[in-house]
Structure formats: C-alpha cells, structure tokens
Design a protein around this ligand. Structure first.
Ligand SMILES: NC(=O)c1ccc[n+]([C@@H]2O[C@H](COP(=O)([O-])OP(=O)(O)OC[C@H]3O[C@@H](n4cnc5c(N)ncnc54)[C@H](O)[C@@H]3O)[C@@H](O)[C@H]2O)c1
Length: 352
C-alpha cells in the first residue's frame, strides 16, 4: 500500500477548523494529519487535541524542521501567504493555500518563481467555483445553453456584525481594507466567465460608523476578454446574500448561492399575461426540483462548499502528477485583478 501523504496545517482559525481539517480527515485513506501550527499556541493545541494530531507547533520553521511533511495547508491571513508558501516549497512540500494567493502580483510572481525540485503542486482555494450552481452554470455557458455569453452581475452582502464592525479584525489591515478579504470570491467567479481582466471601475462609500475601515459599500465593474461583470458588495446591512445573474444571447441564468439553486431562463421576448404565467410556473418547477436535489445531497453527505472537492483533487494531482484544480497562475490572475481594484480605490479616494 502506498505511504500516506503527511499533512501539516498552518493557521488553526475559523476556515481550518470548519473546512480544511474536515476535508483532509475525509481523505483518511490517503493522508495523515501529522501536525498543526498556529502562532497562537493554545489554538494549535486545541486543534491537535480535537483531531488526534501529535505534532503541535507555534512556529512554522520548527514544524518544517521537525516533521517530514508532504503537504502544507495554509489557513493564515493573506498577509502571511507569500512567506509561508515560499518556506514550504523550499522545504520540498506541496502547498494548498487559502485565497487570496497573496497581497500583490509581485508576491505571486515570487511564489511562482521558487524552483519546485520535486515537482511540488501549488493549489489555491477558489472554493466558490465548486459550488454546485456555479459548476452547473459554467457547464451550461460552455455548452452554449444560453447562446453567446454577454455578461454577468454578482451581488454579495455580508452581515455587518460579521466583519466590518469588528475593529481589530485583520481584514482591515489588507490593501484596500475589507475588500481584500471578500473581493477574491466575486473576482475569481467573474474570471471563470469573462476571462482575464483588462479594465476595472470602482466606487465605494462608508455608511456605518467604523473609523478603522474606509468603506462598507463597493461597486466594481470588471471588463474581461469575453464580457463584463458588475459586482455589488455590501457590508453595511444585516442581510446575508449571494447571487449571480448571467446573460447570454438566448437565455439567462440566475444563481442563488445561499440556497444553492440555479434557474435557467430560456429565450423570452414577449410581455404577455400567458407568458408571465408560464415563466412563473417554470421558475417554480426549477426551484422545487433544485430544493429536492439539495435535500437529497444534504442527506447523503454531498459537497456544497467546494473545499472537499478542491482538497481531494489537489491530493489526486499529487498522486497522479497532474495539474491541481486551481493553479498558482489562477491565483495570480485573481490577485492581479484585485490589485487593479485596490489601485483604483487609492487613485479615486486617496486611501492607503
Ligand atoms: N474560502 C473561504 O470561503 C474562506 C472563508 C474564510 C476565510 N478564508 C481565508 O482563509 C484564511 C484564514 O482566514 P480565517 O477566517 O480562518 O482567519 P482566522 O483569523 O480565524 O485564523 C487565522 C489563524 O492564523 C494564525 N496565524 C496568523 N499568522 C500566522 C503565522 N505566521 N503562523 C502560524 N499561524 C498564524 C492566527 O493566529 C489565526 O489563528 C484567509 O486567507 C481568509 O481570506 C477563506
């Protein structure tokens, strides 16, 4: 039997606990969770105790020196991604890391330039690309089901208590502030449809009282090689929302990523009562069948949030020496577009 790949987790905060550690544990036959590391030693000890891990560290260099690890999984804030990735690759490890790949395109280039003597894989977690409705939309668009792709819009709202009102949260120290944390999600989802980003336009404002963050409302337009994406990101309400609309020459798709539903609107040019009734019935039927599918998937342990699939495919890419599901180059393209957004914010509003 081939030896199991030994995994070390760096950063034992929210995303490691909720998504990464469970995703590796699910692959128990192929990997061993060998060590955990957090600069907050008590978080590392808790993660180790909860998951029966023997190696516990508060310093990455010590973990790399003491353990013979095959995979480093980086779940730390973005400010640390470049240095940790470079250290892990130099130590001969495969790396999977959370979005955004890094704070700047220059950092991504440094990460990509490190020689991978043992053909190590580098994979970035762009998990929302693997949400079931997003996977389905990508296939429908690729198959021409809505004709030629024209453009899309994305609406995201994060409840104000979750991030913007938390004064000492690291997200406010990112370039451009909080947009550096959530922004990668709508950007990589846009790139999947519009292709590489050539131009951006940005508007932002502050509605709430939080002197530590310059903005809580963002409107971003991306112009890609294949079309446009208009993004609304709000941090100032109490509502969580996440939707995508995609328009083609012969139809449209509406995705609700909270209820994981997709409605396929066919070509429709008439504004008549019968047409309205048939459209409403058709939408209702798609919602009911989507809810039924999701309920079945929930009951049978199906995957909704992408991490399990990406981590499983990343491990397969190591076993089979193939390309990981999201490459370092994909991570770089998202970071490059995010950097364009932040540069526009700085030019327009004079923020740091
Ligand atoms: N894909 C998603 O859906 C998703 C969701 C949330 C967060 N994230 C991303 O995951 C990453 C972590 O976010 P989080 O919400 O888990 O943050 P968190 O603050 O909950 O956890 C981060 C942990 O990293 C530790 N840490 C920081 N620097 C370290 C270092 N140099 N060495 C060791 N440990 C260190 C901190 O002590 C902390 O415990 C970020 O890049 C974030 O953008 C992704």
């Amino acid at each position: 039997m081939p030896e199991k790949l030994k995994v070390g987790i760096v950063g034992c905060g929210a995303i490691a606990r909720i998504r990464h550690i469970p995703a590796f544990l699910k692959l128990g036959g192929k990997v061993t969770l060998q060590a955990v590391c957090d600069k907050n030693a008590s978080l590392a000890r808790e993660a180790a105790a909860r998951n029966g891990v023997t190696g516990v560290y508060s310093d990455l260099a010590q973990m790399l020196a003491a353990e013979k690890l095959d995979i480093i999984d980086i779940c730390t804030p973005p400010q640390t991604h470049a240095a940790i990735t470079i250290g892990a690759i130099e130590a001969g490890c495969h790396v999977v890391l959370e979005k955004p790949m890094a704070l700047s395109t220059a950092d991504c280039d440094r990460m990509l330039a490190i020689p991978r003597r043992d053909n190590q894989k580098l994979c970035v977690i762009h998990n929302q690309l693997y949400y079931p409705p997003v996977l389905k939309a990508r296939k429908l668009v690729a198959d021409g089901a809505i004709g030629d792709f024209i453009g899309m819009r994305i609406f995201m709202s994060d409840p104000q208590d979750e991030m913007i009102m938390r004064k000492d949260y690291w997200v406010h120290q990112l370039p451009g502030g909080i947009i550096g944390e959530t922004g990668p999600h709508p950007i990589y989802k846009s790139i999947a449809f519009i292709g590489p980003v050539a131009n951006v336009k940005v508007s932002a404002r502050r509605r709430l009282e939080h002197p530590w963050a310059p903005f809580d409302e963002f409107r971003i337009d991306l112009e890609g090689q294949r079309g446009y994406s208009s993004i609304v990101i709000s941090y100032s309400s109490h509502r969580r929302a996440s939707t995508i609309d995609i328009l083609g020459t012969e139809g449209a798709l509406h995705l609700d990523l909270l209820s994981m539903l997709l409605i396929h609107h066919r070509k429709n040019t008439k504004m008549e009562p019968l047409n309205l009734a048939l459209t409403s019935l058709g939408n209702a039927a798609q919602i009911v069948s989507g809810v039924t599918r999701n309920a079945f998937s929930l009951l049978t342990g199906g995957e909704f949030y992408g991490h399990n699939t990406i981590i499983k495919e990343f491990v397969s890419s190591i076993e089979n020496n193939t390309e990981p599901p999201i490459t370092g180059e994909d991570g770089r393209e998202t970071t490059r577009a995010l950097e364009m957004v932040v540069t526009k914010l700085r030019q327009k509003y004079g923020i740091k």
